[in-house]
Design a protein around this ligand. Structure first.
Ligand code: PLP
Length: 374
C-alpha cells in the first residue's frame, strides 16, 4: 500500500526525468536479441571505447581505492592548467560535465530567477533549472534549429533582473548546430556582467581546425563565463563520469563551495590525466568521426532524407513527416538490434539522432534503415 507523500515541491514534480539511450542489455532482453550483435549509436560515446592509456592508468590507480580520491584533483588540474594556460584555481572538476552544469545552476539561480537557453538545446539545462526552482525560459531556435543568440540576449534583457544564467551549447546536442567565434564573442560582449553564462563544449574536440576558436581567452576576458568540457565524448570515458569547468577564481570559488567534497572518483581522475595527454587517440577518433559523418550523410542523401549539418559526433536525420515518425522508425530499428535516439522530448518527433559509430556499425544502421524505409 502506498500513501500519498506530499510536501509541496511542485517544481520537482514538474520535472520530466532524463531519458537516456537504451542500454544494450535491456534491448537484448526486451527483443530477444544477442547482446553481441546489437549496435548502439544512441549516446554519442566514442566508438573506439576507452583509450588504452587510460585503461593502464586506471589499473595502477585501482590498488588505492581504499582511500578517498584527491578532493582537489591536484594532478589533473595541473595538467589542465598547463595546457589551457589558466591557474589551477580557475578549474572545477565535475562528476561528468553534467555536474558542472548543475553546480552553475545551484550557485547562481534560485526560485524566482530565470535561466535562459535555446529550444532543442541539451536536456540537462531544463533539469538543472527546475531542480533549483528557477524558471526555464526557452528561446525559439533559428530556422536551422540552432541557437538564436541575439534572441537569447533579448530574453535576458526582457527579464528585468530575473535572468541569472544562460546555457549555450557549441556544438549543440541533439541538433549538432555550430556557432562561430564571432557570434559567441558578440553575445558575450553584450551580456550583462551580472548574468552568468555557461558555454558547454562537450563536443569541442570534434570541431575541425577551421571551426576551432579560443574559448579560454573569453574566460580571461569575461568574469561571468564558465567554460564546460567533458571527458565523456571524444576522450572515451563516458562511464567514468568526469568533466571540468573553467572560470575565473571568484566564480570557481562559488562552485567549489557547493560541490560534493569527493565528486570525482580516483579512477576517473587517473584515466582523465592519461586520456587528456593521449593526442594520438584523440586524432584517431576525430578522423573516424569525419569519415563516419561522410558515410552517414551520403546514405541519407541517397535515401533522400533531410539531415542537419553537424559539428559533433552525431547526426540528426528526419525520418518522416508525421509526429509519430521518429518513434515508429526507432521501434523498427530496435527490433533489428540498432539503438539510436528518438528526440521527441526535444520537440523533434520527426527526427532521430544517430551517434557516429565504427564504419561497420554505421553500415549496419544504414542497411536496417534502408530495409525499414523500402
Ligand atoms: C553529453 C553532454 C554533456 C554531458 O556529458 P558528461 O558525460 O556529463 O560530461 C554536456 N553537454 C552536452 C551538450 C552533452 O551532449
Amino acid at each position: 500500500m502506498t500513501s500519498k507523500f506530499d510536501i509541496g515541491l511542485k517544481h520537482i514534480h514538474a520535472i520530466a526525468p532524463y531519458v537516456g539511450g537504451r542500454p544494450i542489455s535491456e534491448v537484448a532482453r526486451e527483443y530477444g536479441l544477442d547482446e553481441n550483435k546489437i549496435v548502439k549509436l544512441a549516446s554519442n560515446e566514442n566508438p573506439l571505447g576507452m583509450p588504452k592509456s587510460a585503461q593502464e592508468a586506471m589499473k595502477k590507480a585501482a590498488s588505492d581505492l581504499g582511500r578517498y580520491p584527491d578532493s582537489n584533483g591536484f594532478e589533473l588540474k595541473n595538467v589542465l592548467s598547463a595546457s589551457l594556460g589558466v591557474p589551477t584555481d580557475w578549474i572545477t572538476l565535475g562528476n561528468g560535465s553534467n555536474d558542472i552544469l548543475e553546480l552553475a545552476a545551484r550557485a547562481v539561480a534560485q526560485a524566482g530567477d530565470e535561466v535562459i537557453f535555446s529550444k532543442h538545446a541539451f536536456a540537462v539545462y531544463p533539469l538543472a533549472t527546475q531542480a533549483v526552482g528557477a524558471r526555464a525560459v526557452e528561446v525559439a531556435a533559428t530556422h536551422q534549429y540552432g541557437h538564436d543568440l541575439p534572441a537569447m540576449l533579448r530574453a535576458v534583457k526582457d527579464s528585468g533582473d530575473r535572468a541569472k544564467l544562460v546555457f549555450v551549447a557549441n556544438p549543440n546536442n541533439p541538433t549538432g548546430s555550430y556557432l562561430s567565434a564571432k557570434e559567441i564573442e558578440a553575445f558575450l560582449s553584450e551580456l550583462p556582467s551580472h548574468v552568468v553564462v555557461v558555454l558547454d563544449e562537450a563536443y569541442n574536440e570534434y570541431l575541425t581546425p577551421e571551426q576551432q576558436y579560443d574559448a579560454v581567452s573569453w574566460v580571461k576576458r569575461f568574469p561571468n563565463m564558465i567554460l564546460s568540457r567533458s571527458f565523456s565524448k571524444a576522450y572515451g570515458l563516458a562511464g567514468l563520469r568526469i568533466g571540468y569547468g573553467v572560470a575565473q577564481a571568484h566564480l570557481t570559488d562559488l562552485l567549489n563551495r557547493i560541490r560534493q567534497p569527493f565528486n570525482v572518483n580516483s579512477l576517473a581522475q587517473a584515466a582523465a590525466i592519461a586520456a587528456f595527454q593521449d593526442k594520438a587517440f584523440l586524432q584517431e577518433g576525430f578522423e573516424l568521426n569525419r569519415a563516419g559523418y561522410t558515410q552517414l550523410t551520403k546514405a541519407f542523401d541517397d535515401l533522400g532524407l533531410e539531415y542537419l549539418p553537424s559539428a559533433g559526433n552525431f547526426v540528426l536525420v528526419k525520418v518522416g513527416d508525421d509526429d509519430q515518425a521518429g518513434a515508429r522508425i526507432n521501434l523498427e530499428l530496435l527490433k533489428r538490434g540498432i539503438i539510436v535516439r528518438p528526440v521527441g522530448n526535444y520537440g523533434l518527433p520527426q527526427w532521430l539522432r544517430i551517434s557516429i559509430g565504427l564504419p561497420e556499425e554505421n553500415t549496419a544502421f544504414i542497411a536496417a534503415l534502408k530495409e525499414i524505409l523500402s
